[in-house]
Every structure is written in structure tokens, then in C-alpha cells.
Design a protein around this ligand. Structure first.
Ligand code: ADP
Ligand code: MG
Ligand code: ZN
Length: 488
């Protein structure tokens, strides 16, 4: 029986505040800082301490909620989620439960089948836990260490409806959400540092059914890749279970990245297992309409809006516009090039070069756009020379890759290497005549109908000009001489 996958995501994003969610401890980079160097009695869970809400964290959460078009609750409540774990010194996590900060939003995603709306169930504030480090020493001794630097760091949880049905949709949702988080300044998007973590809920149902099947929840997915692999694995595993006529058990799973499989952590916990109750040490969180309006007024242009604008304003297609609007620094680079170019180089041409050559270099070098040493002015200068035929396209690509590697300017490289395009028709005619004279057998087989030889001959012409001939001029001249000598 064909099954449809049903996927809902819970995303935890650390909020980029200077201090923690409920105390004055600084938020430190947990990959750099000395363990337990940013801890106070509040985040260490000492009895008798009192939490105070971080206003900036609420403000960043409001930005995300607005970007996701959520309804924002005028009054929301913090609640205690009780459970025991060594990285949670208080024995409970302050979260929001029945009355979250925001609900009922949307995230519009772009897939190969067009635009799709994924509904957001809720967006709420909570605090992060500490971190455990498990040590296995060569002498066989094993122990665990706890670092509380992360305990109490503000976290935003964004919970989707079970609206996604493929890995492509999950990828688009996760990428889109990350882009929003970064754009509004809520999160750095730095996945390697663990500032965004996913939990994926996955179930299957018979194709065409509108009921939800039994789901599993996969915890602690720290990268896009781990999330996609884990979901793909679960879809496979569950369809085998169902094919055998068995039933999927509702449970909480972990993802073993080394073995590339999910493993059972525990049977699914229910809300009552956490003995939620309202946090007695914090007042209700009141968000006045004036505050929302102030936050709304200061919102930057969101990736989605920017994408649509790029399509309209610059004539880009959806894919190009999405690529150029996802990262703010890339968008800024693109738009600086456009304004630098004026009417001399079409915006679409600039877009294609950035999406092609520049992104190629970024992927290869693992660098970010900030590391690109080719300034917008330098890129535009190169594209002008390609546009006015000073150099041909292949030369332009080669020059750009040298510019990216060395940071030198186009004119300098072109001048030094004598790369300007040869459009001198007399010279091209001379080279074509020589190539034809040197390759009588190839010319003969061309006349006998082997038309592919044409490109080979053209290649010889390009080679003899050091790749500098204008390809269109060379092609035209080759065609002319071939048909001229045929009628002889
Ligand atoms: P909890 O994890 O606390 O039980 P919820 O029940 O609200 O929270 O669901 C959490 C996530 O699971 C949501 O993202 C939701 O979309 C998703 N979800 C719920 N039911 C299913 C299902 N049958 N299949 C896939 N995802 C589901
Ligand atoms: Mg959950
Ligand atoms: Zn603290």
C-alpha cells in the first residue's frame, strides 16, 4: 500500500541576547568559554533565588512571531516543566505551556511544486539546559562532567503543524525558518555551535487518508543533514513495519549519527509526565499592543518579501531570487552590484554570476560572502568587459576565479596576461584559413555530412588564438570559409 509521510517539526533556537533568560549571567559561546564560567545562583538552581524575565528575549521572540504572522497573546504564562536530569539543576525547566506567547502562524515555503504554506502551531519562550560531557578514560574509568554555561540561555521553541510530507518540504521549511531567525537578529544560524536544534515528529498514513497515523518523535537533531537522514530512515522503517501488518509504536527516539539509525530512548512521554504547573515566581507576561507595534515598525525586510521584490524589480526567477535573498549579506552584495552597474550590466546577469561563479567559490572554499575579496565594483568592472566584448565569456570566468583567489582586479589580470578578446576579423580569418589548410581530412569528413566536426574545427580556431577569439566571430568566419570552399 502506498503511504504518505506526515512530518511536524519542533525547532529550538537560542536567542541572541547578551544575558540569560532569567538572570544577569552573560550568554557565552559554549564551544569557547571556560566551563561553568557564566553561572550564578539563579541559573544554577539554588533554592531561594528568583528569576526575572529578559526583555530583549521577549522582543526577539516577538519579532520571530510577527515574521511568522502569528497571533500574539496579550497575556502569556510561564510554566514549570518538571523532570530530572543532571544538566537541569533546578529539576524543572521554565517554559510556556497552556498559554504560549504566540500561536497560529504560517511559513511560506518554495518547493519544486510551487509555493506551500506550513502552519505554525505555537511559538513560546523557555530556557536552555546545561551540557553534559561524558568521559571514558583509557584506564576504564568513566564519569560525566556538567557545564552550566548554557543553563538558562533563552530558547525559542517554534512548533509546526504536521503539514509537511516530504524531505524537500522539511528542508525548505527549516531553511526558511533559519533565514527568518537570522534576518530578524534572533539567532546567528550557526548550526555548528548548536544554536538551532530540531525535533522531528514522523508518522505514515495510507495515501489519501486525512487521519494522522501514530508518530514517533526524534530528539536532538543538530544539523539539517542529521534531520533529513533521520526522517528518511524513519519513513523507511515505519513503512516496513506497516507492510508487515504490524503497528508503529509511539515513542521518543534518538538519532545515532555514526550508525545512521534511530534508536528507542523511551516510550512517548505525555504532558502529565512533566507535572506542568504555572511558574509561581514569575508574573504573567503582558505584551501591550503598543509594544507589538513598536517591534513591527522596526522589522527588517523579510527574506520572503525580499525574494518577491527581487523577482519583480530585477526580473529574476523564483529560484535565483530565493538564493539571493536568504542571506542578508548576499542580498546586500547583489544589490550593491546592481546599483554599481547602473544600466551597463543587467541585474539578471549579475544574479547569474553570483549564483554560479561566486556561490561555486563559496561552496568550494567553505567561506561566507564576507570573505569574498571581489568587491561589487570589481565584479561589475569584469562583467562590463564581458558585456562589451573586451573579453569572451570563458575568459571572464577564468579571470573571476583568479580574482576570487587573489583579490586582484579584472583589468590588471586581463592586461597582464593579454586576454582581451580578438575580434579582428582579418586575424580570425587568417587563423580559420590555417586551421582548414592544416586539417584537410576533417574538412573532407565535414563535407561528407559529419557535422560534429564543425565544433572540433572551431575548437582548433579557439586554441590557436589562445582562447581569446570572439566565439561568435570565429563561428561565423568558420561557417563562411567552409561554405565558400565547398562551392569552389
Ligand atoms: P508534544 O511533542 O509535546 O507531544 P504536540 O503533540 O503538540 O507536542 O506535537 C508536537 C509536534 O508533533 C508538532 O510539530 C506536530 O505537528 C507534530 N505531530 C503531531 N502529531 C503528528 C503525527 N501524527 N505525525 C507527525 N507529526 C505529528
Ligand atoms: Mg515534542
Ligand atoms: Zn545566571
Amino acid at each position: 500500500m502506498p503511504y504518505e509521510a506526515v512530518i511536524g517539526l519542533e525547532v529550538h533556537a537560542e536567542l541572541q541576547t547578551r544575558s540569560k533568560m532569567f538572570c544577569a549571567c552573560p550568554v557565552v559561546d559554549s564551544t569557547q568559554a571556560e566551563p561553568n564560567s557564566a553561572v550564578c545562583p539563579v541559573c544554577a538552581g539554588m533554592p531561594g533565588t528568583l528569576p526575572v524575565v529578559n526583555r530583549t528575549a521577549v522582543e526577539l521572540a516577538l519579532r520571530v512571531a510577527l515574521a511568522l504572522e502569528c497571533e500574539i497573546a496579550p497575556l502569556s504564562l510561564f510554566a514549570r516543566k518538571n523532570y530530572f536530569y543532571p544538566d537541569l539543576p533546578k529539576g524543572y525547566q521554565i517554559s510556556q505551556y497552556e498559554y504560549p506567547l504566540a500561536q497560529r502562524g504560517v511559513l511560506r515555503i518554495e518547493t519544486s511544486r510551487g509555493e506551500k504554506v506550513v502552519h505554525i502551531r505555537r511559538v513560546h519562550l523557555e530556557e536552555d539546559t546545561g551540557k553534559l560531557l561524558h568521559v571514558n578514560q583509557p584506564d576504564g574509568e568513566a564519569f560525566s562532567l556538567v557545564d552550566l554555561n548554557r543553563a538558562g540561555v533563552p530558547l525559542l521553541e517554534i512548533v509546526s503543524e504536521p503539514d509537511m510530507h516530504s524531505l524537500e518540504e522539511v528542508r525548505a521549511y527549516a531553511t526558511g525558518l533559519r533565514a527568518i531567525l537570522r534576518r530578524v537578529g534572533a539567532n546567528s544560524g550557526d548550526m555548528e555551535k548548536g544554536v538551532i536544534r530540531f525535533e522531528a515528529n514522523v508518522s505514515l498514513r495510507p495515501q489519501g487518508s486525512d487521519q494522522l497515523g501514530t508518530r514517533v518523535e526524534i530528539k536532538n537533531l543538530n544539523s539539517f543533514r542529521a534531520m533529513e537522514r533521520a526522517i528518511a530512515y524513519e519513513i523507511e522503517r515505519q513503512s516496513r513495519v506497516l507492510e508487515r501488518g504490524q503497528t508503529v509504536e509511539q515513542e521518543t527516539l534518538g538519532w545515532d549519527d555514526a550508525a545512521q539509525l534511530t534508536f528507542s530512548q523511551r516510550s512517548k512521554e505525555e504532558a502529565h509526565d512533566y507535572r506542568y504547573f504555572p511558574e509561581p515566581d514569575l508574573p504573567p507576561l503582558i505584551v501591550e499592543p503598543e509594544w507589538i507595534e513598536k517591534v513591527r515598525a522596526a522589522m527588517p525586510e523579510l527574506p520572503q518579501a525580499m525574494k518577491n521584490r527581487f523577482m519583480k524589480q530585477y526580473g529574476l526567477n523564483a529560484g535565483e531570487a530565493a538564493l539571493l535573498s536568504e542571506d542578508e549579506a548576499v542580498a546586500r552584495y547583489f544589490e550593491s552590484c546592481v546599483s554599481e552597474a547602473g544600466p551597463a550590466v543587467p541585474a539578471r546577469t549579475i544574479a547569474l554570476w553570483i549564483c554560479g561563479e561566486i556561490f561555486g567559490w563559496l561552496n568550494q572554499s567553505g567561506e561566507s560572502i564576507e570573505a569574498v575579496r571581489v568587491t561589487p565594483a570589481a565584479l561589475v568592472e569584469l562583467l562590463r568587459m564581458a558585456g562589451d566584448q573586451t573579453i569572451n565569456l570563458n575568459t571572464a570566468k577564468m579571470v573571476l576565479s583568479e580574482m576570487l583567489a587573489s583579490g586582484r582586479g579584472a583589468a590588471e589580470i586581463i592586461g597582464e596576461r593579454g586576454l582581451t578578446q580578438v575580434r579582428d576579423t582579418a586575424l580570425i580569418a587568417e587563423v580559420v584559413a590555417r586551421v582548414l589548410a592544416e586539417n584537410p581530412r576533417e574538412v573532407e569528413s565535414y563535407y561528407q555530412g559529419k557535422t560534429t566536426v564543425f565544433n572540433w574545427l572551431l575548437g582548433q580556431v579557439m586554441r590557436q588564438t589562445g582562447g581569446r577569439a570572439s566565439p561568435s566571430a570565429a563561428r561565423a568566419e568558420l561557417e563562411r570559409q567552409l561554405s565558400a570552399s565547398k562551392t569552389d
